[in-house]
Design a binder for this molecule. Structure first.
Ligand code: GAP
Length: 478
C-alpha cells in the first residue's frame, strides 16, 4: 500500500486535501492524472449503465429536503455507536475499539455480553457488540484500556453518532433550516422516480442511474481512499415488478461483476460476499457486496441490494404523493421493487489503481535489466492514452512529433515528451500507466512510419503515422 500511495502522489494521481495546512482527514484531491482516471472510470460506468434502452440518467442535487432523510431512515438509523476517551480525546467506533483490544480483554467482554444479552447469543459479532454497547457501555468502561493513551476506565458512555453532515439552509441556523449533505445518491433517484417515469414513458422494468458526490462523517477513516468522508458513488436503481425481483437481482449481480472484469480486474481478485440475514441494512431484502482483493485484504467496492418497495413506500408515506405503477396489461397498480447497484467511484479508483500496480523487469539500453514500476491500466481507463517522443531534438523530428500530438489530442489525452533518453521516457510513462508510446525517428522522415511500443509486453512495431489514432482507438474499444 505504501508504494501505491507514494506513486499516487509522485505522479499526480492523488494528493491529501489541504495538504499545506496539514491535511484534512478523510478527504483527498485528485491530481492531473487522477482526475483523468476517475473521469474514465465514471465514463465507462455511465456508458455501460445508461447506453441501453431501459436505463435513464439523472443528476439530482446534493442538498435535498430534510424529510427525504427521515423517510429513508437515515435520520434514525444511519448511526454508529461510538465512545470518546476522556483522557486523550481519541474517538472510537465501539466495534472497532473491541477489535483492537487484547485477546484476554476481548474474551472477558464477550462473556459479559453473552451473559447480559441472553444465553442464546452464539456469536459476538459487529451487530451484537454495537447493540450491546449502545445500551451498556457504562457497565464496562472500567475494563477497557484506551489503545491510544493506555489509560483504563476513561471512556465515555457510548452514544449514537449520525454519519450525515448537517448544515443549515439560509441565513438563520435553526431546527427549521437543517439540511444534510447526502450520504448516498440513491435518494435523489427515488424522489425523481415519478418525474422520470412520466417524462420518458418508460415501462417496468427500467432503471435510473446517477453519478455523484456523497458525504459520510465516518468516525474512523482508513486505508487511503477506502473509507473517506467525501466520495463519489455510481448508483442505479432498477424498478421492477414484485415477484420478478429475485431473478433481476441475480442478473444485475452477474452483470456488475463482469463490468469490473471487463475493465481488467482478474475474476479471482473479486469476490461476492452475501450479507447474512441478521446483518441486512434496514431497507434490504437481500444484499451482496462485490469485494476486491486490496493489499490489506478483501474489501467492498460495490453493493447489490434488493431494496423491496421500502423506499418508494416510505416516500409515498412521508410526501403524500403516490409513487406507484399502473400495469396497463394486467390492469393492476403496485409499488415497484428496486434492485440497486451501488458502486464507489472513489473506492473503484483505488481498486483499479491497486489492480494496475506492478513491479516487473525491463531491458536497459546496456542490454541488462532493471526493475520497472508500471501501472497496467486497461487502455479505456488509462489517464494518458499515448505519449509521443522525438528520438532526438533536431532535424525536424520535434516538429513531426508535435504535429502528431496535436492531431491525436483532438480525440484523446496525449503527452509529448522530448527530454532524456527514450528508455527514461518509457519508464516515466509506465509509471503513469500510458498504454502506448510513439517514437518519431529518422525513418519517419523517409517513409512516414513511427515506432509504437505497447506498455505491458514492451513489444514495438512500426506503423504509418496516420494510423496511430485508429490503432489506439481499437485497443481502447477492445
Ligand atoms: N445506496 C446504497 C449505499 O450507499 P453502501 O454499501 O453504503 O450502499 C455503496 O455504499 C458503495 O459506496 C460502497 O460499495 C463503496 O464503494 C462506496 N462507499 C461507501 N462508503 C464509503 C466511504 N466512506 N468511502 C469511500 N467509499 C464509500
Amino acid at each position: 500500500m505504501d508504494k501505491i500511495v507514494s506513486l499516487a502522489k509522485r505522479r499526480g494521481f492523488v494528493f491529501q486535501s489541504s495538504e499545506i495546512y496539514g491535511g484534512l482527514n478523510g478527504c483527498w484531491d485528485f491530481g492531473p492524472l487522477g482526475v483523468e482516471l476517475l473521469n474514465n472510470i465514471k465514463q465507462a460506468w455511465w456508458q455501460a449503465m445508461t447506453y441501453r434502452d431501459d436505463v435513464e440518467g439523472l443528476d439530482a442535487s446534493i442538498l435535498m429536503h430534510p424529510k427525504v432523510w427521515e423517510a429513508s431512515g437515515h435520520v434514525e438509523n444511519f448511526t454508529d455507536p461510538m465512545v470518546d476517551c476522556k483522557q486523550c480525546k481519541a474517538r472510537y467506533r465501539v466495534d472497532l475499539l473491541f477489535e483492537s483490544l487484547p485477546k484476554k480483554s476481548k474474551k472477558h467482554i464477550e462473556d459479559k455480553i453473552k451473559a447480559t444479552l441472553n444465553s442464546e447469543v452464539a456469536e459476538v459479532n459487529e451487530i451484537t457488540i454495537n447493540n450491546y454497547f449502545s445500551d451498556n457501555i457504562d457497565h464496562f468502561t472500567a475494563d477497557i484500556t484506551c489503545p491510544t493513551c493506555g489509560n483504563t476506565g476513561t471512556f465515555t458512555n457510548a452514544r449514537k453518532f449520525n454519519l450525515m453532515f448537517k448544515t443549515y439552509i439560509g441565513a438563520i441556523e435553526s431546527e427549521d433550516s437543517i439540511a444534510y449533505l447526502r450520504p448516498e445518491t440513491a435518494q435523489g433517484i427515488f424522489v425523481n422516480y415519478g418525474n422520470v417515469k412520466e417524462s420518458t414513458r418508460q415501462k417496468l422494468p427500467f432503471g435510473i442511474a446517477q453519478i455523484g458526490k456523497a458525504f459520510r462523517n465516518e468516525i474512523n477513516t482508513k486505508n487511503f481512499l477506502f473509507r473517506v468522508r467525501e466520495f463519489e458513488q455510481m448508483e442505479m436503481q432498477y424498478f421492477v415488478k414484485p415477484g420478478s425481483d429475485d431473478e433481476l437481482y441475480n442478473e444485475w449481480k452477474e452483470r456488475r461483476i463482469q463490468w469490473w472484469v471487463d475493465l481488467g480486474i482478474k475474476r479471482e481478485n473479486l469476490n461476492f460476499a452475501p450479507h447474512p440475514a441478521d446483518k441486512l441494512a434496514h431497507y434490504a431484502k437481500a444484499a451482496v457486496d462485490i469485494e476486491f482483493k486490496f493489499p490489506f485484504g478483501f474489501g467492498e467496492i460495490e453493493g447489490i441490494h434488493n431494496r423491496s418497495d421500502f423506499d418508494l413506500s416510505q416516500h409515498t408515506k412521508f410526501s403524500g404523493k403516490k409513487l406507484d405503477y399502473y400495469d396497463e396489461q394486467n390492469k393492476e397498480r403496485f409499488i415497484p421493487y428496486v434492485i440497486e447497484t451501488s458502486a464507489g467511484a472513489t473506492r473503484g479508483f483505488m481498486a483499479f489503481l491497486c489492480n494496475a500496480f506492478d513491479e516487473d523487469e525491463a531491458p536497459t539500453s546496456e542490454g541488462k535489466s532493471e526493475v520497472r514500476t508500471v501501472l497496467h491500466f486497461h487502455p479505456k481507463l488509462a489517464p494518458i492514452k499515448c505519449a509521443v517522443f522525438p528520438l532526438v531534438n533536431k532535424d525536424g523530428l520535434q516538429e513531426i512529433s508535435q504535429n502528431i500530438t496535436a492531431d491525436l489530442q483532438n480525440t484523446f489525452k496525449v503527452f509529448y515528451d522530448d527530454s532524456g533518453a527514450v528508455g527514461r521516457r518509457y519508464r516515466r510513462q509506465d509509471e503513469c500507466g500510458t498504454p502506448f508510446c510513439v517514437t518519431v525517428d529518422y525513418d519517419t522522415l523517409k517513409d512516414n512510419t513511427v515506432t509504437i511500443r505497447e506498455r505491458d509486453s514492451m513489444q514495438q512495431e512500426r506503423i504509418h503515422k496516420d494510423k496511430i489514432k485508429m490503432y489506439v482507438m481499437e485497443k481502447m474499444m477492445g
